[in-house]
Design a protein around this ligand. Sequence first.
Ligand code: MIC
Ligand code: SF4
Length: 646
Amino acid sequence: MGYTLTEKIIKNHLVSGSMKPGEEIGIRIDQTLTQDATGTMAYLQFEAIGIERVKAELSVSYVDHNMLQTDYRNMDDHRFLQSCASKYGIYFSRPGNGICHQVHLERFGVPGKTLIGSDSHTPTNGGIGMLAIGAGGLDVAVAMAGAPFHIKMPEVVGVKLSGRLGDFCSAKDIILTLLGLETVKGGIGKIYEYFGDGVRSLTVPERATITNMGAELGATTSIFPSDDVTREYMKYQGREDSWTALSADEDAEYSRVVEIDLNEVVPMIAKPHMPDNVVPVSDVEGTKVDQVAIGSCTNSSINDLAIVAGVLKGKVIAPNVSLGVSPGSRQALLTADSLGILSDLIASGARILESACGPCIGMGFAPASGSVSLRTFNRNFKGRCGTPDAGVYLASPETAAATALKGYIADPRKLGRSKKRNLLDRLIVDDDMIIPPSEKPSEVEIVRGPNIKPVPSGRPVEEDFKATVLIKVGDDITTDHIMPAGARILPLRSNIPEISKHVFEPLDPEFYLKAKEAGTGVIVGGENYGQGSSREHAALAPMYLGICVVIAKSFSRIHKANLVNFGIVPLLFKEKSAYDTIEAGDKLLFEDLRKNLSSGKVITVRIEGRKEAAIETICDLPDRFVEILLEGGLLRYTKKKIENEK
Ligand code: MIC
Ligand code: SF4
């Protein structure tokens, strides 16, 4: 039996374990990326590991999230990151150069290589045939220190594309269709590998839109073959030398195959407040819209901007709509300028925002209260845009442009003939905003601002203890619920004591006070607990507040790893119905926890005062994860390993 493309790349990078789905594997990491909102912690942790220069083939530090400079804090972080990059051997992509995933695709990604990034949309680079995986900052720090990255070998699901997209239908509609089929939990423990005749008809930015939003399926990653279309893209980037042809063997077997006929794909839209709440645009046509935002790492390429400009050229947006456009990279922005696309957009009434994440993470351009915003982005979790009661819809640039013009959700197919253009041969390539690391690292001083505080360290798991359930939450709780972002809270990313005051704020504004009072605590969650972003702050800050255990029906992959990395024990309900037995405020009694973790047994948790209520939980972690927990987190574990190797 032949190999899937995923298996081929994993096989080439396998350091430990065997490629049986569900078994733990260690893979060598060729490239790493960080962004500023997760990067400061990652580099503080890299420093704590005590290695002098990064050991990965290529590491890049991007600044794209914390771009509002309302005071010194974000800028201090940028300065810290720049000095770390220079000293430790990392390329530094300056603020304004663009969103990490876009710039990485353009300037650094290489088919067949492995990449981990401290951002959940790292799989974007699967669009050129990389095995690109999102992880917590500490995992990235450890990979920069040269250690392998460990995951459970995912199942490889094939997505067979046939046919061609119709007029005004786009890659976004393909991934929204898949999200409707598979849901935000469907991809847990899986990699989606695309193949079939339809692949050829998709440009690299279109493929990257699909792999990017594969993160919303909960997938480990998504990947496209590297073919002549990839080669052309890399040629226009002046990097044809890095191209290789890659695809699955003819007789490769997927665990399951999802078939999508591109001719049948219609404009789709995700309604508030989940990316899998998908319906055809025609179902919600006519809904009044107050704001339209084009951009994010999902849909901000030159071709996306050209689609919007093509629709709006010579016209003016509806009076009730405010339109914001954030080009994904400086390359896209420069090219849009040179081709007159920018002036068409400006003339139509668009507000040109920075090449950065911006509105996607609530860093400016928040919608009015109770209003509707339609975005080409990837997440529409409640409140993420910065306005708690706004309703965010996710759709393609085509639908967004039609909507901006009409003032209500509009089906772009009614616009006439598509003005889709492939402008990749016109790209302006310019790396002036990428700074290589210093050749004299010993002369570089790390610059720290007053808001950059040391990373608190995890505590080894205790044997016997009592802890109160501080909060009980439902299914699909996102990291945006656990550790919100946005203009007010993001500047605290380098300061755990301060950011911890906002843990669970959207769900229970009293959570911080309760946790402070209790000193130690447990969180009870439903299915897919911790979905969404890779932010380790959603584990680190609760750990700082004394959270020692999370019991849930199921976990998202990255968040579960982050919990372990900071010494918080993720336990699963053995019977999901046991979830109903526990209430917030219950006092849970843990006995022999360390012992039972090590032996992988059923762990019985008793509820104080309710003799009959004994909950059975299980710990499904590989041995290495258990060792990390017993040690008190990945940082202690890694330092000890390095010490032992000396
Ligand atoms: C996001 O889209 O939620 C983010 C902001 O990019 C996060 C990273 C972070 O929280 O800094 C992600 O996707 O991992
Ligand atoms: Fe930035 Fe949004 Fe992409 Fe996250 S999803 S990296 S916030 S653009």
